[in-house]
Design a protein around this ligand. Structure first.
Ligand SMILES: Cc1cc2nc3c(=O)[nH]c(=O)nc-3n(C[C@H](O)[C@H](O)[C@H](O)COP(=O)(O)OP(=O)(O)OC[C@H]3O[C@@H](n4cnc5c(N)ncnc54)[C@H](O)[C@@H]3O)c2cc1C
Length: 404
């Protein structure tokens, strides 16, 4: 027997969870979330969950700006579970050659409504007394940014969606998308078909075959990325801001009990032929490299004990920016893919945009056109005018990660 729903969401990561929450909040009664494994089984469960607004392109900055209030006011806006947001402030360090770009980006971000400012080594020393700052000419600082619990955020969105009537189906793989003339008609799963006028695919690296099956032919590359966790010596300050350090090509956040550890990620992206073969553990040789980089910024961590590490799969695109779109030939079919390792913080606004588009006919929270899938064929890539090219989602580096 074919079951029916008002909407099916494919994927129980943070994007699918946020979308389900927003669909249910906007009044859809029967939202079914199909997840082939379990909530946060993919990139979301492995995320560093840095929550900042510093982007070098305005459309993503707008997504991040619209998402921040969810982390600050989780109880009022979502009302279930906990996103675990910690307001540490955010420091974006760039190399001296990128200082002019930094200034231009901070101006753009201020225009977007981001609370940000340029700081020099003196202010930085006050913000982070244990950091080495003599290599820094200027950095951007965001006092209202911080970091969150990515699994708690995903569970919270899903729990509230369920309270509003949605149904989560773990271990339920969507094997095909059904069409109904020029509209989407629903999905096929191993446990039967679900008929629905709205389908949102948010399957991350694992969802690529499903998108290919409906003709989404954007270049998408699953990539393995790693992180490692170190306990800071107790002589160091009890906490520090989150940081994207373009000089040392890494990011940092406080983590663990009492925030006494630091989670470190540096660029070392490995293309994955099949995300199901992902090794979720951290490589032995990643750990000393992560510690060495961490110690370049926080010298007191040179002998910090390693407390763990892991790896996750993200999806790269040629311009390093995500794809958020409606299928051009299947009304009611929407998708998000190509997170480029940077779509946790923007998940609240992405899910809201998808839900508004599906229910009201257009997204209101942000203009999603810069994220359209056709931009690649049109040669109109989403590239900020002042990218630093010190992170893998900057277009100059993103292209090199694509295989074939
Ligand atoms: C190590 C690491 C660090 C990161 N750090 C940050 C950070 O600091 N800040 C930030 O903003 N972002 C960060 N990210 C990126 C962020 O985590 C991702 O962009 C985000 O989690 C993507 O969420 P998603 O829901 O699109 O994908 P996923 O979390 O991968 O969820 C997709 C889900 O869909 C399911 N699925 C796929 N196909 C099907 C199907 N056919 N049927 C049913 N279910 C299906 C999968 O099982 C999976 O659970 C990081 C990522 C990693 C791995």
């Amino acid at each position: 027997m074919v079951q029916t729903a008002d909407a099916v969401v494919v994927g129980g990561g943070v994007i699918g969870a946020s979308t389900a929450f927003h669909l249910a909040s906007l009044g859809l009664k029967r939202v079914v979330v199909c997840e082939r494994r379990w909530p946060a089984a993919g990139a979301s469960g492995k995320s560093g969950a840095l929550v900042r607004m510093h982007y070098t392109n305005e459309p993503e900055a707008r997504l991040a700006r619209a998402s921040l209030p969810y982390f600050h006011d989780w109880d009022e806006r979502v009302g279930a579970g906990a996103c675990g947001f910690l307001q540490t402030g955010m420091v974006r360090i760039v190399s001296p050659e990128n200082v002019a770009n930094l200034r231009a980006n901070v101006e753009m971000l201020e225009r977007v409504g981001v609370d940000t400012q340029i700081v020099g080594p003196r202010e930085l020393r006050e913000l982070a007394p244990d950091w080495r700052v003599d290599d820094v000419t200027a950095a951007a600082y965001e006092p209202t940014s911080g970091c969150a619990d990515p699994v708690g955020t995903t569970y919270g969105f899903l729990t509230r969606a369920e309270q509003l009537g949605a149904e989560l189906r773990p271990r339920t793989e969507v094997t095909a998308i059904r069409m109904d003339g020029a509209r989407v008609g629903g999905v096929e799963t191993a446990t039967g078909a679900i008929s629905a006028p709205i389908v949102v695919v948010a399957g991350g690296a694992w969802g690529i075959p499903l998108l290919r099956s409906v003709g989404v032919d954007v270049d998408l590359q699953p990539v393995r990325i790693q992180v490692s966790l170190f306990r800071r010596p107790s002589a160091l300050a009890p906490i520090h801001p989150i940081c994207i350090d373009g000089i040392n090509d890494m990011w940092l956040r406080p983590e663990g009990p009492n925030w006494a550890s630091t989670l470190v990620g540096f660029s070392q992206r490995e293309p994955l032929a099949d995300p199901d073969t992902l090794d979720e553990g951290v490589d032995a040789d990643y750990v000393p490299q992560a510690r060495e980089r961490l110690a370049r910024r926080i010298p007191g961590t040179a002998d910090a004990p390693m407390r763990g590490g892991w790896a996750g799969a993200i999806t790269a695109t040629v311009d390093g920016k995500p794809v958020l779109d409606q299928h051009p030939e299947a009304a009611g079919l929407f998708f998000f893919v190509g997170d480029n390792g940077s779509s946790f913080k923007t998940a609240p606004a992405i899910g809201r945009a998808l839900a508004e588009w599906a229910i009201q006919g257009q997204p209101e929270v942000v203009d999603t056109r810069p994220f359209r899938a056709s931009r690649f064929a049109e040669g109109d890539l989403l590239i900020g005018p002042h990218e630093y090219n010190d992170r893998d989602y900057d277009a100059g580096r993103a292209r090199k990660l694509m295989v074939g």
